[in-house]
Design a binder for this molecule. Structure first.
Ligand SMILES: [Ca+2]
Ligand SMILES: [Ca+2]
Ligand SMILES: [Ca+2]
Length: 117
């Protein structure tokens, strides 16, 4: 749970000024609410995936279809960026980015039901 929440939380605080205001005791609940678009109290894999695809688009400030280190800002550390950049070309393709965040989802989904409670 911790790792996925962390990446999602960092992304949310990076790209969503509205939710950045909620950074306090309500942080986790606020992030979950942002991801839980159908408001059923759990974050389905599909909701997470849609959110992360839009996150990729929002982070890609120069709209070249990939994320370089400056665009990732404080979202990933140097080591995390390097680990995510599987082909080592210095930027994250959408595939590399999605593989990373969906792996986070899988590791967070400990009971394997495709939902984060
Ligand atoms: Ca949901
Ligand atoms: Ca870019
Ligand atoms: Ca790459």
């Amino acid at each position: 749970m911790k790792k996925a929440v962390l990446v999602a939380a960092l992304l949310l605080s990076q790209i969503s000024l509205v939710h950045a205001q909620a950074q306090s005791a309500a942080l986790r609940q606020g992030h979950k609410d942002a991801l839980d678009t159908n408001k059923n109290g759990v974050v389905e894999r599909s909701e997470y995936q849609v959110y992360m695809q839009s996150a990729f688009t929002n982070l890609d400030k120069n709209k070249d279809g990939k994320l370089d280190k400056s665009e990732m800002g404080s979202v990933l550390t140097e080591a995390q960026f390097t680990a995510t950049d599987v082909n080592g070309n210095g930027s994250l393709s959408q595939t590399e980015f999605m593989n990373r965040v969906m792996a986070d989802f899988v590791s967070a989904d400990q009971d394997g039901d495709g939902k984060l409670q």
